[in-house]
Design a binder for this molecule. Structure first.
Ligand code: GLA
Length: 734
């Protein structure tokens, strides 16, 4: 039973983890434990009660009791001077809030979150959900904390719903999705993912210092700069050992991920919508639903934490026909042609692509309106007359005649000032009336917080997607939000705009993906500027970064893999010298790095010499034999180039351990350096594996202990080992 309940204490059990919360005698909800699995015990009484000077006590309590010193489950002030999880302005203008336990219920399964992406179950037996209702008696405000615990994963999905049962409106200023107070001797470090365009999601491990530390986005999108994720670790936690706590937000807009170390050593970790710029009027009778935070605990290091996220997100966050299907190998014409193409040039590229084994052709930016550069036409989604004189349907048919599926780039949330759409509806963009809005990439954002704008974009998309045999869409978003206001919205409600935009976006995505279930959608935002769990709910893959250099991608894909499965990370072979950093790497290395993602190509094949095309054909044929393993296997990060003196290595193991692919890539060669040994993980120790590439056999235990020898080689040299299990001892015995 994943949820045990006794004496107003709840034990939420995953396979190897337990989360405990309880109601104390005053009715306050407290946190008991989040960590290794426990048999139910009397945890609530572990923390001794003692007086702390300057920590006040709620009315009627002894001075040994203070909300400032407890492990709170959903802190709301009231003498707790640490960061609250909720803050609001009551009708009387004060911020008073006293949340106490009212009721609870437990239900099998997991209900959907209205209007928001979330993890889900396919059978009610997969999870149980606890809903705990807290109430602020004077105002009648009810706060429902929701916890879903999954039977098969060490993951907990948390979210919060605020319901105004009173007779006057309140203004919500801060409603986070999760807040957890960990004890003094747990985490010593926190791990965040930071970066910028073309170098997204670089892990940074920081010691937790007293006071506050946080990352956030105020961009209207999750962004390239920081990530809606935080992990807590002990100083000695590694990839394979030690405790790791993860919090990941299923949301695509402004977020806050923060930590506060209290004067007494408790660590408060929080995640949710960024309170900066947020203010929500909650009318009598209305509810507000936060996004979901997914909490994962691993007692076996970061690798196991990642694999829990991978499996949960791949199978119970991603949805639709393409979730479990083999993803098509695509070619994208962006880095091959940029805006400079004709239909003939594209078809020549398509022919070459078909010949090397590509399955789908993606027509990127520049196919619509009069768009020959990035200064016009977003919003006018009709084919560029000079580039497609016969229209989109005919182009799609020509691709089909070559045996290729057709994919299309769109940037539906945007409008160019130089467009018919903007000229017809200048007030449909996010802007402050009476002030000239900032431009990003010469464009403005359509105001999806307005239902009529969502309606227009939906009907435009339907027309485009029905106008040709489209099987894939790259949904791009190339600027962040400034001038945050919505035309016509009452002044008191303007603080709702950024979140209402995301709600409008989610509604649009839901409608479009339901209307075109056969289309594979890939999310993009200048590469990985909106690579987050919220988008994965609608689109099972994301363009990981505009940086397509294989060596730069080692770090970007490694950071991304902390949370996201390989099947979600689009990765392409591109030209050399690379267009972002001018590096030249071998084709085989580019192919191996791209293979550990949703695999594709992004270069002008018509310019490649015949021997490169032949090599590429062989590499793609080989990838096709690896594709099911790479999409559904379990990732083990073996070595990071940053830490392991220039050699990056990882392996992907089939869930039944019958097959594994080990890949090592050298960044910079070393003269007279140490031997390089790659030790795979996750294999069956009792089995013998055949390396299909060298035809050598190796016992599984020896592979993991003695390892594989990675010979010296030049810069950027890479090698793969494809291991297939021959027989296991247990199989022989039975
Ligand atoms: C963004 C994407 C690129 C490409 C361009 C087109 O930058 O990340 O892959 O689609 O837009 O303008």
């Amino acid at each position: 039973m994943p949820i045990e309940f006794r004496d107003l204490t709840w034990y939420l059990h995953g396979p190897n983890s337990t989360y405990v919360l309880f109601v104390d005698p005053s009715g306050y909800l407290q946190h008991g434990h989040w960590g290794s699995r426990l048999a139910a015990g009397d945890l609530a009484h572990w923390r001794p009660i003692r007086h702390r000077a300057f920590s006040p006590s709620p009315a009627g309590h002894p001075d040994t009791y203070s909300l400032d010193t407890v492990q709170a489950e959903f802190p709301a002030g009231g003498g707790d001077f640490r960061l609250p999880a909720i803050e609001l302005v009551q009708a009387d203008g004060t911020r008073a809030l006293d949340l106490r336990y009212l009721s609870h219920r437990t239900t099998p399964g997991k209900p959907p979150l209205a209007g928001l992406p979330a993890t889900y179950v396919e059978a009610t037996t997969e999870a149980d959900t606890l809903e705990l209702v807290l109430i602020d008696q004077p105002s009648g405000l009810e706060v429902t904390l929701s916890y879903t615990v999954f039977r098969a994963h060490d993951a907990l999905a948390r979210s919060v719903r605020i319901h105004n049962t009173g007779t006057t409106s309140v203004q919500l200023l801060r409603v986070l999705s999760a807040s957890v107070d960990l004890p003094e001797d747990s985490a010593t470090h926190w791990l965040q993912l930071h970066g910028a365009w073309a170098r997204e999601r670089t892990p940074a491990l920081c010691p937790i210092h007293p006071g506050m530390q946080s990352v956030e986005s105020r961009r209207g999108a999750s962004g390239h700069g920081h990530h809606p994720f935080i992990s807590l670790l002990r100083g000695d936690t590694t990839e394979t050992a030690g405790p790791a706590w993860g919090l990941s937000l299923v949301y695509s807009g402004n977020f806050l991920a923060g930590i506060e170390r209290s004067p007494y050593g408790l660590t408060r970790v929080q995640l949710g919508i960024n309170p900066a710029g947020f203010a929500w009027q909650l009318e009598p009778g209305a509810s507000f639903q936060t996004p979901e935070a997914v909490l994962v605990f691993s007692e076996r290091g970061l690798g196991a934490l990642s694999r829990t996220y991978h499996t949960l997100y791949r199978t119970r966050l991603c949805r639709g026909q393409h979730r479990d299907r083999e993803r098509p190998i695509l070619i994208n014409n962006w880095e091959a042609t940029y805006f400079n193409f004709t239909e003939e040039r594209l078809l020549a590229l398509a022919r070459c692509a078909r010949d090397v084994g590509v399955e789908l052709f993606v027509l990127d930016d520049g196919w619509f309106g009069h768009r020959d550069n990035d200064k016009s036409s977003l919003g006018d989604w009709t084919p560029h007359p000079a580039k497609f004189p016969d229209g989109m349907r005919r182009f799609g048919e020509k691709l089909a005649e070559l045996g290729l599926q057709f994919g299309l780039w769109l940037e539906p949330e945007m409008v160019s000032p130089d467009s018919d759409l903007y000229r017809a509806h200048p007030d449909w963009c996010i802007h402050v009336p009476g002030r000239a809005p900032a431009l990003g990439r010469h464009q403005l954002i359509l105001d999806l917080s307005r239902p009529e704008v969502v309606e227009h974009v939906f009907s435009t998309l339907c027309a485009v997607l029905k106008s040709a045999p489209v099987r894939y869409v790259k949904w791009d978003m190339n600027r962040n939000m400034t001038d945050v206001a919505s035309f016509g919205r009452a002044p008191a409600n303007q603080g709702e705009t950024a979140h209402r935009y995301i709600l409008g976006l989610y509604q649009l995505l839901e409608r479009v993906t339901q209307a075109f279930p056969h289309i594979l959608f890939e999310s993009c935002s200048g590469g990985g500027g909106r690579f987050d769990p919220g988008m994965l709910f609608y689109m099972p893959q994301t363009w990981t970064s505009d940086n397509s250099d294989a060596i730069a991608r080692l770090a970007i894909q490694e950071g991304t893999s902390l949370i996201y499965p390989l099947s979600a990370m689009a990765a392409h072979i591109s030209a050399v010298p690379n267009h972002q950093n001018h590096r030249t790497t071998p084709l085989a290395t580019r192919a191996l790095v791209a293979a550990t993602g949703a695999f594709g190509l992004e270069l002008d094949l018509t310019e490649l010499p015949a021997e490169d095309l032949t090599a590429l054909r062989r590499l793609i044929d080989r990838y096709k034999t690896w594709r099911p393993l790479l999409q559904h296997g379990e990732l083990h990060r073996l070595q990071s180039a940053a830490a392991a003196r220039g050699v990056s290595a990882w392996c992907v193991v089939a869930p039944d351990q019958s097959e594994a692919l080990v890949i090592a890539v050298r960044t910079l060669a070393e003269s007279n350096g140490p031997w390089r040994i790659i030790r795979p993980q996750g294999l069956d120790p009792a089995a013998t594996y055949l390396d299909l590439l060298t035809q050598q056999t190796h016992p599984g235990d020896q592979l993991m202990v003695a390892g594989l020898f990675f010979p010296d080689g030049p810069d950027f040299h890479a090698q793969a080992w494809h291991l297939r299990r021959l027989a296991s001892a247990s199989a022989t015995i039975t």
